[in-house]
Design a protein around this ligand. Sequence first.
Ligand code: MG
Length: 390
Amino acid sequence: MNLGQSAAVTDPGRRRRHNEDAYVCEPPLFAVADGIGGAQAGELASSLAAAAVRDDSSDGRGDGRRRVDELIQEANRRVYQRQSEDASLSGMGTTMTVALFEEGRVWIGHVGDSRAYLVRDGKLEQLTEDHSLVAELVRSGRLSPEDAETHPQRSVVTRALGTDPDVDVDTFSIDSKPGDLFMICSDGLTSMVSDEGILEEIRRHRDDVRAAAKALVRAANKGGGEDNITVVFFELQAEEDAGERTVVLPPPEQEAGAETGDDATLDELDAVPAVQTGRRGRERREHPVRRRVVFVSLLLLLVLVAGGLGVWGLWRSHFVGAEPDGHVAVYQGVPWNIAGNVHLYRTVYESPLLTAQLSRSERKKLFDHSLRSESSAMDEVRSYEEQLGK
Ligand code: MG
C-alpha cells in the first residue's frame, strides 16, 4: 500500500486577521497545529511546532509510535523554551495532531483539540479525543454533545504544547486499507461544519482531495468563519495505483481573493468594528493634521445636516469592538467610517481581553454594534474580563 494524493489548505477565516494555525504536509508526515495565546504568540507557537515536525531527524528510524511521540515532544520543548526565554510570550501554546504513514499503518500523535478523522466506506470517524474542557464534561456525562457545541468555554483546551517541559501525548495507530482517506484539521473547521457537512463535501470531491480541502474551508467560512481553518488530507492506495501526488496551496494571503472569493470577505454587518491601522496608541500619533481637519469638517457638516442635538447624542454614545490585534475595546462615537477612511469613533479603553477568548455567542452579543452609554459598555467588557480572570 502507498500514499496517494495529499493536500493542505489553511485560511484565516472571516473574523481573524491573523492565522495562528500551521500545518505540515510532507509525506509520509502530516500535522496540524493551532496556536494559543493571542495573535503573535499563537502564530509563533504553531509555527515552531510545525518546524519541529518538518525537521524530523529520525530518517525513518524507530517505530511509528516512538517517532510521533518524539516529534511532539520536540515541538513541545521548542515552544516551552521560547516562552520561558521571553516573558511577553507567557501563555503561549499550541495544539498538535501528527500523522505518520509507515508500513501499512498510520500512526497518530495528538495533544489539544485539533482532530484526526478517517473516511472509510463512506463514513467519517473521529480518531482523536479532544483535550478540551467541554469534551471532558461530555465524556464524564455532565454535558450533552449538543450542549457542548454551544458551550461558552468550548474553545478552552486542557492540554497543549508549550505550557510544561513535558507533555502527555496520545499515540495510537490505525491499520489502514487502500482507499482510506485521513483528514487532520483545526477546530476552525469542526466548530463551523457538522460531520454530515464535512462528509458531504468530501463525497462531492472524493477524486480530488485538494478540491475537497478547499470546499471545506469555504463551508467553514460560510458557517461564520469564526476561527482560522486548516485542513490536511492524505489517502492510501493499493500498490498498483501508484503515482503519489501532493498539492499544497500557497499561503492564504496570496490566494484569498482568487480562491475563496466572496466567502473570504467580511460582511459589513458581521464585521467586528476595528481601527484599520497601527497597534494601540500609535494610530492617533500618526494622524496628519490635514486628516484631522477633514475629520472635524465632516463631523461639523454631519452635525448641521442631521441636527445638532441628535448627532451630539450619537457622539456621546459608545460601542464595543476590537482592535486589529484582537483586543476588545470600547469606542466613543458611532461605528461608521465616512469619506473612505475617516472614523467617527475613537478608542477610549483597550481591554487585556482578546476576542479569541470569547465564545461565538459572547462575541455576537458584545459586538452587536448597539450604541450604549460609556458606563454600560465598560461594565459589559469588565464583566467578561472578570469571568476570564483578566
Ligand atoms: Mg482554532
